[in-house]
Design a protein around this ligand. Structure first.
Ligand SMILES: Cc1cc2nc3c(=O)[nH]c(=O)nc-3n(C[C@H](O)[C@H](O)[C@H](O)COP(=O)(O)O)c2cc1C
Length: 298
């Protein structure tokens, strides 16, 4: 079974009715099983935010509570990975989400995303996982790096195995899964129920197809040709225009196009041009021209 998670959605933003927060909750056509990832510091704000979602009839398929974000501003406010340093409050956050749903008689899985710990001297993922299990979390995703490591260095999958041993609820492993072979290795080395993919999917949303093929024991299809990649970019652009309008979509797509075209012929020149496109129509023309050129090469 597969699923997706939204970007981090601020519980304070929901409670304050911030339009930028609501934008993160947009529906994606055809997408099912999408968890909304909430972040915040106070248990009571999570509870209030659940009330706001319910009042708008927007209780998602599942909730994921962020306890892994390393960003200074988030951590400084007591949210994200800061919750790993305060297991009592972390447990109360999960309890308050579960109770807020029970009060409204809605039943949805409540997952939590954690890291290994704050730093190498305070690896507490297994102990914290037990606290979260006691608070009625449905499952836990472990990013096998510390807060101090942010995204650098190799993920230490042994922590995932320790969390699997510590709890009875499902555990997903995360960190350095870039291929079906990596996924198979993580599942067998750690005993986790499933894997979560992060950076490998940036600019390569097709990565899940070969991964699932390998997990199912099928032969994966090859990577898409350059012109097929650009077709996906154009489709992505169209979806962003529907969501954000032409000008914001053109700016938003810059970083994605950087990821999508990494390693393709002429990509440095393309990116330079893309960075000067201020509306979707111009960007579409530039991309279509590039697609014709790379198509002629293959
Ligand atoms: C640009 C970027 C944005 C991210 N945003 C989130 C987020 O909103 N919520 C979250 O739980 N993790 C977020 N992550 C972390 C990833 O989900 C993942 O835990 C991390 O990248 C490790 O997995 P990987 O080695 O497969 O990339 C983000 C990572 C990157 C690089």
């Amino acid at each position: 079974m597969d699923g997706t998670v939204t970007e981090m959605v601020s519980v304070d933003g929901l409670v304050r009715n911030n339009p930028n927060t609501w934008e993160l909750l947009h529906d994606v056509p055809g997408e099912t099983r999408c968890a909304v990832q909430l972040f915040g510091a106070k248990p009571e704000t999570f509870s209030e935010a659940l009330g706001v979602l319910a009042a708008h009839d927007r209780v998602p398929d599942a909730i994921d509570v962020n306890m892994g974000c390393p960003v200074r501003k988030v951590v400084g406010a007591g949210a994200g990975a800061a919750l790993m340093r305060d297991p009592v409050r972390a447990g109360r956050v999960v309890e308050s989400v579960v109770e807020a749903m029970e009060r409204r008689r809605v039943r949805r899985p409540v997952w939590v995303k954690i890291r290994s710990g704050w730093d190498d001297d305070s690896i507490n993922a297994p102990a914290l996982a037990r606290v979260l299990q006691d608070a009625w979390a449905s499952g836990i995703t472990v990013h096998a790096r510390t807060r101090r490591a942010h995204y650098s260095g190799r993920a230490d999958w042994r922590v995932i195995a320790d969390v699997v041993d510590a709890v009875k609820i499902p555990v997903l492993g995360n960190g350095d899964v870039r291929s079906g072979e990596d996924a198979v290795a993580m599942l067998s080395e750690t005993g986790c129920l499933g894997v979560m993919v992060g950076r490998a999917a940036l600019g390569a949303p097709w990565i899940f197809d070969p991964m699932i093929a390998i997990l199912d024991g099928r032969t994966p299809r090859g990577n898409p040709r350059p012109e097929e990649r650009i077709r996906v970019v154009l489709c992505h652009l169209e979806m962003e225009v529907a969501l954000r309008g032409s000008e914001r979509a053109a700016r938003f797509m810059r970083k994605h196009i950087h990821w999508y075209t990494h390693g393709l012929p002429g990509s440095a020149r393309l990116r330079e041009r893309v960075n000067h496109c201020n509306d979707a129509e111009t960007l579409h023309r530039v991309l279509a021209g590039y697609r014709a050129k790379v198509g002629n090469l293959s």
